[in-house]
Design a binder for this molecule. Sequence first.
Ligand SMILES: Nc1ncnc2c1ncn2[C@@H]1O[C@H](COP(=O)(O)OP(=O)(O)O)[C@@H](O)[C@H]1O
Ligand SMILES: [Mg+2]
Length: 261
Amino acid sequence: MVSGAKTHAGPELRGRPNRTRRQPPAVGTEVLALAHEMRAPLGVIRGYLSLMADGSLGELPARWEQPVARLDEKAGELARLIEDLLTAARLDSGRLTTDRERLDLRESVAGAVSRAAGRAELLGARLEAELPERPVAAQVDPAQVALILDNLVNNSLSYSAGPPWVLLRVEEQRGQAVVAVEDHGIGVRRHMRERIFERFVRADDEAIPRMPGSGLGLAIARELAEGNGGALVLERSDAGAGSRFVVRLPLASDEVAQASG
Ligand SMILES: Nc1ncnc2c1ncn2[C@@H]1O[C@H](COP(=O)(O)OP(=O)(O)O)[C@@H](O)[C@H]1O
Ligand SMILES: [Mg+2]
C-alpha cells in the first residue's frame, strides 16, 4: 500500500478493473500507525522552521530566507501526504464522524485562501476569492469542508506549468451551496477526468515535473463531499488551459426556506 501511494498511475494501475467507489483500495491500519508516527517529528521540524522564519531564533541572514522558505514548503508537502493518509484511513475505519452545522461558505473560502497564502506567495501564484455580499450557509462539517477546499486549492497551486492562478467562487445555485475552484493550470486530459477521483490514481503528464503526491486527495475530497450530502465534480477541464472543480453542498435549512419561499 505504501508503494502504491508513491506510484504514479502506471500501466499496472490503469489496467486494473474498475473499482466501484464503495470499495476503494483501503489504507491499512499499519499505514495509519506509521502516518501517525511521522506526524510528531514532522511537527517539530515545521515548528523550528517557523521559528527561524519569523526571527524568534534571532534574525535570519538574508541568504537563508529562500532556503528556509523552500524547506518549509517541502515540510508542508510531507505534512499534506501524511494528512491524506490519515484521513483515508479514518474514512476506511469509520472513525471520521461528520458533525454538520450551519456554516457560511464565504468563511470557509476565506480560511482556505489564508491557509494557502504562504505557499501561493512562494510559488508566485495569484490566489483570489470572489465572494457574494450575502452569506451562503451550508449544513456541513466545517473541518471536512476545510479539508476539501485545501485539497482543491493545493492541487490548483501544484498542477500549473507557469505561476499558478487560482480563483475561488461561492454561490447559491439551484437550491445548493456551491464552491468552485478554478485554475489556469495544466488541465486534465479527457480520459483521466473521472479516474483522478479514484484512490492512488494520478494523471501522468510529461509536461510538468512530477509533483509529490499520494493520489488520495480528490478521492478523499469526494468521499467527504458525499458524506456531507453533497458532491464534488470536475465540471470543466481543458488540457493546457485549466480546470474548474465544483463542490456542491446542501444549504442550511433556513436558506432552503428562503430560496423556495
Ligand atoms: N487542478 C488540477 N489541474 C490539473 N490536474 C489536476 C488538478 N487536480 C488534480 N489533478 C490531477 O489529478 C491527480 C489526482 O489528484 P489528487 O487526488 O489530489 O492526488 P495528488 O495531488 O496527491 O496527486 C493529480 O495527480 C493530477 O494529475
Ligand atoms: Mg492533491
